[in-house]
Design a protein around this ligand. Structure first.
Ligand code: MRU
Length: 381
């Protein structure tokens, strides 16, 4: 048992012991324990059972996981190695369907293996070392990307503002800063004095168990509310902005995030509170045209009827509907905050510009050429 969750990365690599080390989030907030995952089944289960969860953290866990698994393959033949690598990749990719970071990270690892093994004719031992470096790079990038999202999102609020967030897009959903919490942590460092409202987020309580936990542990002014209280705090003028994370952003800006996000967004529109999606570009899926094409994960009924209760809280046999995510239409979204700047409507144009900016390594952000509603990144004006 460890005592200070903020001192540990959400996902880490223990290369010596061939393990991915995670904070087991199903035990929080009561117990903070690190667990080591060494087999494909352990990694798959940890993702499916939400021991590690949140789009960026799942991506990092999958990248480290496939490195650990492929490292142990006993062959000198790249094609034999690659065949088994692909089996692991497909298996890990099947653990959760909605967060695009999972398949994004696995595809990136596959492309790395192919480039090294086929194109550059490296030995299998060298390919393994290159995969190691790529997994670490994906982890390191996550930390930097979240910090940049925080800097950009900070431009949208002012000291003393009330911020509402849903689910956990925090440190526990990424490696360090989180996405939606990055501006909150940066604001905390700079004495902004934000007042944060954390939706408890039924049915799995990520807001209560994880967001309230990590913000409270960090000394942020956080107030926990039930999911049906967002209208009350907004009507009372206590919230100036909503910051949430996302699992997949479609090319038109429609955004899949934790179930209930679209309810918050609809309420926020009614009360004229802006809703910002904090999105690493790894979560933007330009191959998915609209939210209608996003596959929404359905979870087991006991999560609604039994989990977290001392005894079952619904009649035996009652029908249960338990989608893990919903899609917030782009018309309810005031801005999508990425590490390359803030996309504004029309999102088909601004997201394209953001992704092009990424391809160019952020040059247009630096040059100030920002067409079609995409705002430059903080520090690039
Ligand atoms: O089911 P979860 O807990 O993995 O859902 C997490 C969310 O919906 C987060 O808001 C999203 O992944 C963004 S995390 C930076």
């Amino acid at each position: 048992m460890i005592t200070d969750v903020m001192k540990y990365d959400t996902v880490a690599l223990d290369d010596e012991n061939n393990a991915v080390v995670i904070i087991d989030q199903t035990l929080l907030p009561g117990r903070t324990e690190l667990i080591s995952l060494t087999t494909a089944k352990e990694i798959w289960d940890a993702i499916y059972l939400l021991k590690v969860r949140g789009a960026p953290a799942i991506g990092v866990a999958a990248a480290m996981g496939i490195y650990i698994l492929s490292k142990q393959l006993d062959t000198e033949d790249f094609e034999v190695f690659y065949k088994k690598f692909c089996e692991y990749k497909e298996y890990l990719d099947s653990s959760r369907p909605t967060a695009v970071n999972l398949s994004w990270a696995l595809k990136r690892m596959e492309a790395t293996a192919l480039r090294a093994g086929r194109e550059e004719q490296k030995s299998v031992a060298e390919v393994k070392e290159i995969l190691h470096m790529e997994a670490v790079r994906i982890r390191d990038e996550d930390i930097q990307v979240c910090r940049k999202i925080g800097e950009n999102a900070l431009l949208l609020v002012k000291p003393g503002d009330g911020i509402l967030t849903h689910c956990n897009a925090g440190k526990l959903a990424a490696v360090r800063y989180g996405t939606a919490t990055a501006p909150i942590y940066l604001g905390q460092e700079r004495g902004y004095g934000f007042r944060v409202f954390a939706d408890e987020t039924r049915p799995l309580l990520q807001g209560a168990r994880l967001t309230a936990f990590e913000l409270f542990a960090s000394g942020v002014d956080v107030t926990l509310i039930c999911d049906n209280m967002s209208a009350s705090v907004m009507a009372g003028g206590l919230v100036q902005a909503v910051f949430v994370g996302c699992d997949r952003v479609a090319a038109n800006g429609d955004t899949a995030n934790k179930i209930g996000t679209s309810v918050v967004a609809a309420v926020a529109k009614y009360y004229d509170v802006p809703v910002y999606i904090c999105a690493p570009t790894s979560t933007i899926d330009m191959a998915t045209p609209t939210g209608a094409e996003i596959v929404i994960e359905q979870r087991p009924s006991h999560e609604v009827t039994d989990m977290w209760y001392r005894e079952r809280m619904a009649p035996e046999g009652v029908k249960v509907y338990n989608p893990a995510f919903d899609v917030t239409g782009h018309d309810l979204i005031s801005g999508i905050v990425t590490e390359y700047g803030i996309a504004r409507a029309p999102y088909t144009e601004s997201l394209k510009e953001i992704m092009e900016r990424k391809q160019r390594g952020g040059q247009s952000a630096e040059s100030g050429a920002v067409p079609q509603g995409a705002e430059p990144a903080a520090g690039s004006r």
